[in-house]
Design a protein around this ligand. Structure first.
Ligand SMILES: Cc1cc2ncn([C@H]3O[C@H](COP(=O)(O)O)[C@@H](O)[C@H]3O)c2cc1C
Ligand SMILES: O=C(O)c1cccnc1
Length: 353
């Protein structure tokens, strides 16, 4: 079925809960606005959840893994086999995102969309195996439109599963050796900026490696630009399986009415693509961090995103989003548990002269 499901309308914020939460913030024992963005976060969460007392107990993290044909061009410091090896590490509990998920008591959901070097079935991992990774975008489209649609749907399914389990927040993470290259190529076309302004070292390329990566991306852009009329063209031709899945997940999250906390460079580029496919999905996005990969900041600016953290992280996996979850929980706790002026018998009416 070739329906453009992502064009369907997104969920509406609950205006009444939003207003009730706003009112409550004015009654808590602090000067108006003194908790800054923690106040705004609580109010937005109230609007999203349709509850004047928002909660952030059940956090869901889906890590999408996929390989990239362009990795044969030497655009990463490590080989594609590492994607599958890391997937094993996620499942075994030893990766950064595994530790963070445990810390947060979050569900860690793992989805293998297609690896160049397949791995054995792992318990708890959804092995979707849509393709043996994407094709080499230097010479051909990374994905056919049909494959791209399948990957978009795979992301949507992860959100449906999260919602069914009662999740209150959706975090997407990615694992895919080479994926800063497609992310840069996509961002370059979507933002109409030169690759050189958005390229970065990824896993740690040196200056010569970075020049080579830039040339590869520029050549790919030359090849694909004339065929990229829509965001779906950009995603199919220059993206990758896990990037398309994350794009689909953000679109579905907005449609299902669950906020998505966006991670780093790759996820933010997927978010940008999602917004081009359906601008209304922006309403349901929060941004975890501004990372160290140079292209992340320009992508965030284009999204008019104000991330919660800036910790010089450049890992991916969903870690920059996961790191911000304690702030969301703090915002809810303050909102729900602080005393009002009346309850605490604090009289802080504005002085009238
Ligand atoms: C051990 C290891 C763990 C990772 N976890 C996330 N990434 C990150 O690095 C990759 C992107 O960088 P590039 O485009 O340079 O390959 C992605 O897999 C991303 O998730 C990792 C990379 C490595 C090496
Ligand atoms: O910001 C990211 O998402 C990122 C940066 C470098 C490598 N992998 C991911």
């Amino acid at each position: 079925m070739n329906t453009d499901w992502w064009r369907n309308s997104v969920a509406q914020m609950h205006g009444v809960s939003l207003e009730q939460a706003r009112q409550r913030q004015t009654q808590l024992t602090k000067p108006q606005g003194a908790l800054g963005r923690l106040e705004q976060l609580a109010v937005r969460l109230a609007g999203w959840q349709g509850s004047a007392r928002p909660q952030m107990d059940r956090v869901w993290i889906s890590v999408f893994a996929g390989d990239h044909g362009v990795a044969v061009e030497g655009v990463s410091t490590v080989p594609p086999a590492v994607t599958g090896q890391m997937l094993r590490n996620f499942a075994a509990g030893g990766a950064a995102i595994s530790v963070m998920a445990r810390q947060l008591d979050a569900t860690l959901d793992l989805r293998d969309l297609g690896l160049a070097v397949p791995i054995e079935p792992l318990p708890g991992v959804h092995h979707l195996d849509l393709a043996p990774g994407s094709a080499n975008l230097l010479h051909e489209p990374a994905m056919s439109e049909e494959l791209c649609r399948l990957a978009l749907r795979a992301g949507r399914q992860a959100v449906l599963d999260a919602v069914e389990q009662g999740a209150q927040l959706f975090i997407a993470g990615e694992m895919g050796i080479g994926n800063t290259t497609p992310a840069c190529a996509m961002a370059s076309l979507l933002l109409d900026q030169p690759a050189a302004a958005l390229v970065g070292p990824g896993t740690g390329l040196d200056a010569e490696g970075l020049r080579h990566k830039t040339r590869v991306i520029e050549a790919a852009l030359q090849l694909h630009r004339p065929h990229c009329q829509t965001a779906l063209d950009v995603l199919s031709r220059l993206g990758g399986l896990e990037i398309a899945a994350i794009t689909g997940a953000y679109l579905a999250a907005a449609q299902c009415g669950i906020p998505a906390l966006v991670d780093g460079y790759i996820c933010s580029t997927a978010a940008l693509c999602a917004i081009r496919l359906n601008p209304a999905c922006r309403e349901w996005m929060l941004f975890g961090h501004r990372g160290a990969e140079p292209g992340h900041a320009p992508v965030l600016s284009a999204l008019r995103a104000e991330p919660l953290l800036e910790l010089d992280m450049r890992l991916g996996e969903g870690t920059g989003a996961a790191a911000a979850v304690p702030l969301l929980r703090m915002a809810c706790a303050l909102h729900n548990e602080m005393a009002t002026f009346a309850e605490a018998a604090v009289t802080a009416e504005p002085v009238t002269c």
